[in-house]
Design a protein around this ligand. Structure first.
Ligand SMILES: NC(=O)c1ccc[n+]([C@@H]2O[C@H](COP(=O)([O-])OP(=O)(O)OC[C@H]3O[C@@H](n4cnc5c(N)ncnc54)[C@H](OP(=O)(O)O)[C@@H]3O)[C@@H](O)[C@H]2O)c1
Length: 287
């Protein structure tokens, strides 16, 4: 049975993996207390005492995009040095490292979906540290899969869906930005894709097949919307009557700069792993 280490498993994505985990995997769930990925010695000794570990899925991250502007060192430790420590240890142990990254590595200047070959140019500390983490992994770990995703939501942790539902309890009217364009991603769908990839890789390794699929991929749900469209849909599905006012980003200043356009092109991940991806509106209804 394959052993999978999941780091940062108390977050949104980690909890979704827990909920849908497959029986034929031995999954070890850790968060900060059990395994602090920014401490290389701890990472190395964890692998030694729990090995052999076939896959490491890194869900650990510093995801507070605006706070990262005030705490760049902390964000770097977790988003850049953490993946570096995992990459060094995975390389030593021949472990496949699956890293989750973000659409915020892009500057949003494009007007059509970002491909994996487009050059990142992050605007924020969060985006810069995540991009640095990707770089370390690419340089150090030969068996890696980096999945960039966008606008993640789930029943766990902090996310836009939960914020909207909470704000609707005390507000009759909300102003929502309508000039940042992207795609929401149901964290359960992403969790399913990660388990699917592990299953496919395990099968191929067992049968000596060598289709090289290590590298970088983009994954979100299908479709395109603004935060305003996203909010509108959340309230429509939940039958909540509320007045929504579309506003430009300039009227909602935040410490971190965000890309105006960060739609991801999913052709590569669909082709490589034979995936069908749900539309964001359809999968939001399930939430
Ligand atoms: N959320 C989004 O909208 C979004 C969009 C695009 C990409 N992503 C990426 O998707 C991945 C999963 O995101 P998510 O929303 O599930 O994140 P999340 O809910 O913030 O979960 C991250 C988890 O990592 C833990 N953690 C923090 N520092 C750690 C450390 N040094 N060692 C071990 N664990 C640590 C956190 O613990 P504490 O809570 O105690 O700090 C938390 O449990 C991340 O890589 C993120 O960058 C997220």
């Amino acid at each position: 049975m394959r052993t999978v280490l999941v780091t940062g498993s108390n977050g949104q994505l980690g909890n979704c993996i827990k909920d849908i985990e497959s029986n034929n995997l031995n999954i070890i769930y850790t968060d900060y207390l059990e395994l602090d990925i920014s401490d290389l010695d701890k990472v190395k000794s964890f692998f030694k005492s729990h090995g052999p570990i076939d896959y490491c899925v890194n869900c650990a991250a510093y995801t507070a995009v605006d706070n990262a502007e005030k705490e760049p060192e902390k964000a770097y430790q977790i988003n850049a040095l953490g993946p570096k420590n995992l990459a060094l240890t995975c390389e030593l142990n021949s472990t496949v490292l699956i890293q989750v990254s973000t659409d915020f590595v892009f500057d949003g200047e494009k007007t059509e979906p970002y491909k994996e070959t487009d050059l990142p140019n992050p605007l924020s500390v969060y985006g810069k540290t995540k991009w640095k983490g990707e770089n370390f992994i690419q340089q150090i770990c030969s068996k890696h899969i980096i999945i960039r995703t966008s606008w993640l939501y789930s029943p766990f942790g902090n996310n836009f869906v939960k914020t909207m539902l909470r704000l609707a309890e005390t507000n009759m009217k909300l102003n929502i930005v309508n000039d940042q364009i992207g795609t929401p991603t149901n964290a359960y769908d992403l969790a399913g894709v990660i388990l699917h990839i592990i299953g496919k890789d395990s099968y191929m390794q067992k049968n000596g097949e060598s289709i090289p699929f290590y590298g970088t991929y983009h994954y979100s749900n299908e479709g395109i919307c603004s935060w305003f469209d996203f909010a509108k849909k959340i309230f429509e599905i939940n039958n909540i009557k509320i007045e929504l006012q579309p506003i430009p980003t300039i009227n909602y200043p935040t410490p971190a700069k965000r890309p105006h356009y960060s739609v991801l092109d999913k052709a590569k991940i669909k082709r490589t792993f034979g995936l069908e991806i749900k539309n964001w509106e359809e999968t939001l209804k399930k939430y």
